[in-house]
Design a protein around this ligand. Structure first.
Ligand code: HEC
Ligand code: HEC
Length: 439
């Protein structure tokens, strides 16, 4: 090797080492004192609007082990989360299913519609917004209340000092909000899957790849994995750990091939972090207004309306024709979105985002029922059955703005239980979560 080539190799290694080290330290530099403070704020009811009918805290809709119905990865048990009632609020029609919060720090954008780009923005937006019962014009009051509560609490003053070296008394209102948001975001950064599910053990004991290589598409990864699995089967050396049955293995093969699931649900978290329309909002709208109603709904073009648009963030109700949840349509940033295809106009791109929502990860599904952004599907069987039905409708041209990948989902009726068996191998022991159980 020439000395120039050596230098390049050395520099590259240094850069890789630095990047991976800083990625790692981002996760692990959160101290127990910081996580404890964040979790305390997460469980404090004093930040919600006094005008609402009940006090609210993050942990009301993001439960762990406090509910007698059982464990949750920080989700609740409702189809749509309850929010504090304000009669004059249009936001009471904007409810969705509460997602679990494991691995949430790895998501580039948050909420089903991609409303927030950082955890800190989400926390501030939530403490001053609809989940806490505040109306859009009450931001100032919400921020003042946040500041007053934490500054007047001696334990918070001490905790902020220990955890972040901050004197709350010396901060103005927006600085207090900033540090509160940081603490709650840091708490959420400690909520990571352990990757100890039966599927992870199956991958590990058979020496399989855990995720696509750089520049490898999810489908190419899936082919590579399935090829290796058949080689091991041919030599009778494929091992099935506890909890990963022969049925689950059949389901995995379908998930990685004919089901086309892997295209959007790519390991290790079983999401592509992108937005797709499977027709869930259409189904719900047509249930209220009749078949074909969603197809004939007038949806404004890029220049015709302000987005986000109130009526396109709401769930359908009989008295309100035209109100429906269009998901990422509301928040896509047309000039910068990476979703734009070559030569695609603003209107073409926007039309493709009708009803598109963020692909949820598929870990811990045993603990997050009901499913989909509207919580309309109680079991995994119902959910996979609906994917089968919608893929057929999409191929018949009956799903408005259907994602192209939906058309490629092929599921036979008798295979549904196999998909479900595979999805059930992605649950792990939630009690073993890291970080916050340190005293
Ligand atoms: C009234 C119930 C409720 C409360 C209170 C609540 N949330 Fe949520 N949370 C939800 C729902 C529902 C969603 C999904 C919202 C959406 O997609 O529009 C959500 C989404 C989130 C997400 C994004 C997850 C993802 O995968 O995109 C995070 C993070 C989050 N909440 C954290 C918090 C924090 C922190 C608080 C307190 C400051 C809080 N939530 C309070 C119900 C609630
Ligand atoms: C085109 C991309 C795409 C494909 C292909 C796809 N999904 Fe999804 N999946 C999504 C999106 C987006 C959602 C959320 C839809 C919603 O809430 O409206 C979702 C939701 C789900 C859910 C519910 C998760 C939850 O937490 O509510 C399950 C389970 C699921 N998919 C399994 C599968 C399986 C199994 C396959 C293959 C048969 C598959 N998906 C194929 C994008 C996709």
């Amino acid at each position: 090797m020439t000395s120039k080539a050596k230098r390049i190799v050395l520099i590259t290694c240094a850069v890789i080492a630095f990047v991976s080290f800083s990625g790692w330290s981002q996760q692990s530099k959160i101290t127990p004192a910081q996580a404890r403070l964040g979790e305390r704020l997460f469980r404090d009811v004093r930040f919600s609007a006094p005008q609402g009918d009940l006090p609210a805290k993050c942990a009301d809709c993001h439960l762990f082990d406090e509910d007698p119905q059982g464990l949750r990865p920080f989700a609740d048990f409702f189809n749509r989360s309850w929010i504090s009632y304000r009669p004059q609020s249009p936001q009471r029609f904007e409810l969705r299913n509460s997602p679990g919060l494991f691995d949430v720090a790895r998501q580039p954008r948050l909420h089903y519609d991609g409303e927030f780009t950082t955890l800190e923005d989400l926390v501030t937006g939530t403490f001053t917004g609809r989940p806490m019962g505040w109306l859009p014009n009450e931001q100032e009051q919400a921020l003042t209340q946040l500041q007053t509560v934490v500054r007047q609490d001696p334990a918070y003053r001490a905790q902020f000092k220990t955890a972040y070296g901050i004197e709350l008394d010396k901060l103005n209102r927006s600085e207090v909000a900033h540090h509160v948001a940081r603490a709650v975001a840091d708490f959420m950064r400690t909520l990571n899957s352990k990757m100890t599910s039966p599927y992870d053990q199956f991958v590990q004991i058979n020496g399989l790849a855990t995720k696509p290589d750089r520049n490898e598409s999810p489908t190419m990864f899936a082919q590579r994995l399935l090829t290796r699995v058949s080689e091991l089967e041919a030599t009778k050396t494929l091992k099935l750990p506890n909890g990963f049955t022969a049925t689950a293995l059949q389901g995995m093969k379908l998930f990685y091939s004919a089901g086309n699931c892997v295209t959007c649900h790519a390991p290790p978290l079983f999401t592509d972090f992108s937005y797709h329309n499977l027709g869930i909002s259409q189904v719900e709208y047509d249930q209220v207004f009749g078949a074909g109603a969603f197809a004939s709904l007038t949806i404004p073009s890029a220049s015709e309306t302000q987005r986000p648009a109130e009526r396109f963030r709401q769930f359908p109700t009989s008295g309100k024709p035209g109100a429906v949840d269009l998901g990422h349509w509301n928040f896509i940033d047309l000039p910068t979105s990476p979703l734009r295809r070559v030569n695609e106009s603003d209107d073409q791109l926007l039309a493709r985002m009708v009803g598109a929502v963020k692909t949820p990860g598929l870990r811990h599904l045993a603990y997050t029922y009901p499913y989909m952004h509207n919580g309309a599907y109680t079991t995994l069987e119902d959910t996979v059955k609906e994917l089968q039905r919608l893929s057929e409708m999409a191929r018949a041209g009956q799903v408005r703005a259907a994602d192209q990948e939906l058309l490629k989902i092929r599921i036979d009726e008798q295979e549904i239980s196999l998909f479900v068996a595979f999805l059930n191998t992605l649950n792990e022991n939630l009690k073993a979560r890291s970080g916050v159980q340190n005293p």
